[in-house]
Write a protein that binds this ligand. Structure first.
Ligand code: NAP
Length: 288
């Protein structure tokens, strides 16, 4: 948040339902202050039936930009003048910028996901990945992995028809075969051995849901030396992360991705990529 809020302060925010739990205000207000940018970032918890009116208000109030989170990442597209190529492919926008009189949408979840893997030197070309889930986060993940030419791509989703829809969507974009698993319990040891990356793109394990202590990965799986990417950041230590730790896996958690996607949103709005180190230090101290 800018140190001196005045008549020229620009408003940014995250629009979701729920939204109050979001860490984005903490991240962006830290960056606005650090770079002396006269802006403020707030959380707007908006009931789905009020979404359309809320967007009209944002436009009327000349918001410079905003993030959109669950459940609005698809619906927001109807209210934008233009969206990026990646956002178009996966049909999901999480970052909006006002450019002159128009509003443009991007999806920085894709960049956030990829950056988090690149920072850990993940070898895309020589690895097979298993994506759990078939929602918006899974579409971002699959697009990122295809763009990096992942060796082999597997997907599992509770509702098989949605996994089939995802596979169909990507058939129009790439030749990469996406293989659907019907069950995780039945997976052979040989197949599991070949999987170097498992990404949880479901909400299983998230706080506030019925069974936050759950995980989709079978307890009997040995995750040693595999990359385990947990998208959930609340709680920070999900059941999957705890298992990954005890199996000596290589872990990437939802906070890594959250910070990386936020840095990319900041870049879209402000035209430069902020320093990550200080933000991470501040963030880790703030959520202790
Ligand atoms: P979404 O579009 O609503 O998709 C939810 C996915 O979770 C679906 O595949 C759904 O399967 C599955 N699922 C939900 N409950 C389940 C259960 N009890 N058993 C098995 N599968 C279940 O949500 P999303 O936007 O993709 O987000 C998914 C998760 O990623 C959320 O926890 C979100 O917070 C997190 N995320 C994190 C970041 C980050 O920056 N760290 C960014 C984006 C998303 P069905 O199709 O069978 O319903």
């Amino acid at each position: 948040m800018s140190e001196n809020i005045n008549g020229h302060t620009n408003i940014y925010g995250v629009l979701g339902y729920p939204a109050r739990h979001s860490f984005s205000p903490m991240i962006h207000n830290f960056l606005f202050k650090k770079y002396s940018i006269n802006s403020v970032y707030l959380a707007f918890e908006i009931r789905p039936e009020n979404f359309k009116n809320c967007i009209s208000c944002f436009k009327m109030l000349q918001f410079k930009g905003f993030n959109v989170t669950m459940p609005f990442k698809e619906e927001i597209i109807h209210y934008l003048d233009d969206i990026s190529k990646e956002a178009k492919i996966i049909g999901s926008v999480n970052t909006v910028i006002k450019k002159g009189k128009t509003y443009r949408g991007f999806n920085t979840d894709i960049i956030g996901f990829m950056k988090s893997l690149e920072e850990k030197n993940f070898d895309f070309k020589n690895n097979c990945a298993l994506v759990l889930g078939a929602g918006g986060a899974a579409r971002s993940t699959v697009l990122g992995l295809i763009n990096k030419n992942i060796n082999k791509l597997y997907i599992f989703n509770r509702t098989r028809s949605k996994a089939i829809e995802l596979v169909k969507l990507f058939k129009t974009y790439s030749d990469k075969e996406i293989i659907i698993f019907d069950s995780l319990d039945a997976l052979s040891d040989k197949k599991l051995k070949n999987i170097g990356l498992i990404v949880n793109c479901t909400s299983v394990g998230m706080s506030g849901l019925d069974n936050p202590k759950d995980m989709l990965v079978p307890e009997k799986w040995d995750l040693k030396d595999k990359f385990i990417f947990e998208m959930i950041y609340n709680p920070i230590e999900t059941k999957l992360i705890l298992k990954a730790k005890s199996d000596k896996a290589l872990i990437i958690n939802g906070i890594d991705m959250l910070i990386n996607q936020a840095l990319s949103s900041f870049e879209i709005w402000n035209g430069f990529y902020p320093d990550k180190k200080e933000l991470v230090k501040y963030f880790k101290n703030s959520i202790k």
